[in-house]
Design a protein. Structure first.
Length: 335
């Protein structure tokens, strides 16, 4: 009888351990000094594989709304240790869900693990965030890279378009990341589709890389996908008045002008650029999220998250800026 009870206990522990391992992840919260504050189990509500592949379970479409918000946010060296700090992770979980797509820079990891952990935390409340980054991140062993976080209930990504810009001469310190999206909700022939170029300019190569980005923008625009809504966004290390050849692109406009985008409030560094004539979907609403004021953070707490502030712009969910506009067949082919 004792042996039977012992076997039942062992089997029960095994099944329980398997269930916990499959449905929860261990989250370690650290103090600013680096010590462990507490350890807890977080439900694995992630609805995709940890490699960033398409969602296994199709998320429900978000409630109908007129617009989507696209943002850029330099995470300033986000790695596993930084994400494990409570004030950092909690602040990111408060910021990112305000936007449908967030182009992030400064992810510091040799793999995608930190992005997996971040999206798990975002989705612990029932959201459907996913991520995309260059497919060769782990193979290339880059120390820092760009990524795209997005609410899969609001937008869908064409993963066949996700790639880093070819740079055989190594002229970019951080290769721009490209991906195409379509808004979910409206009929496919009416939904706004757009292509993002996520960039991170190296501080000591500003003029060179800004000029190169003008070539990148044109190359992406003319690549034959019949997509005219090209949005270049990221850390440009320059204000909207000093963008070199990038500023001379026809009809180019900046979402942020005459406003600082750094946490210290000393300079403009981050921005969102697009062709104001081609991208008629821009609603005219854009801004910079001040972490200190809007989240009621102390300056040192905001700086622990990033030296940069999120910059955002709002676009209509409908191609052409209004319902009933039928998109070009090729533009509507995002899958």
């Amino acid at each position: 009888m004792r042996r039977l009870l012992f076997l039942i206990l062992i089997v029960g522990l095994g099944v329980g351990g398997w269930y916990v391992w499959g449905n929860y992840t261990v989250e370690v919260r650290r103090t600013p000094a680096g010590g462990i504050q507490y350890v807890k189990l977080v439900p694995r509500v992630q609805r995709r594989s940890p490699t960033g592949d398409p969602a296994i379970e199709q998320p429900p479409v978000a409630p109908a709304r007129p617009s989507v918000r696209v943002a850029t946010f330099n995470l300033d060296g986000l790695d596993e240790n930084k994400l494990a700090t409570m004030q950092v992770s909690d602040t990111l979980v408060r910021i990112i869900p305000r936007f449908d797509v967030v182009a992030v820079q400064g992810v510091r990891s040799k793999n995608r693990g930190v992005l997996v952990r971040l999206t798990e935390q975002l989705n612990a409340t029932g959201r459907y965030y996913d991520f995309a980054t260059c497919p060769t991140v782990e193979r290339d062993s880059v120390p820092q890279y760009n990524a795209l976080l997005f609410d899969a209930a609001s937008v869908e990504i064409d993963r066949s378009t996700v790639r880093s810009v070819e740079d055989p001469l190594g002229r970019f310190r951080y290769k721009p990341l490209v991906a195409q999206f379509r808004v979910r909700g409206p009929p496919e022939t009416e939904a706004f589709t757009f292509l993002l170029i996520n960039v991170h300019v190296e501080a000591d190569r500003v003029s060179i890389e800004l000029d190169l980005l003008a070539d990148v923008y044109r190359a992406v625009r003319d690549a034959g996908r019949n997509e005219d809504d090209i949005v270049l966004l990221g850390d440009l290390e320059s204000d909207a008045e000093h963008l070199g050849r990038l500023a001379r692109l026809p009809n180019i406009t900046a979402a942020a002008t005459n406003v600082p985008t750094t946490t210290r409030g000393t300079q403009q560094s981050d921005n969102i650029l697009f062709d104001r004539r081609a991208t008629a979907e821009f609603t005219g609403r854009a801004g910079v999220l001040d972490m200190i004021r809007e989240l009621d953070l102390k300056p040192e707490a905001a700086l622990a998250v990033s030296e940069h502030l999120p910059v955002w712009a709002e676009f209509s969910c409908y191609e052409g800026g209004q319902a009933g506009h039928v998109a070009d067949t090729a533009k509507a082919a995002v899958r």
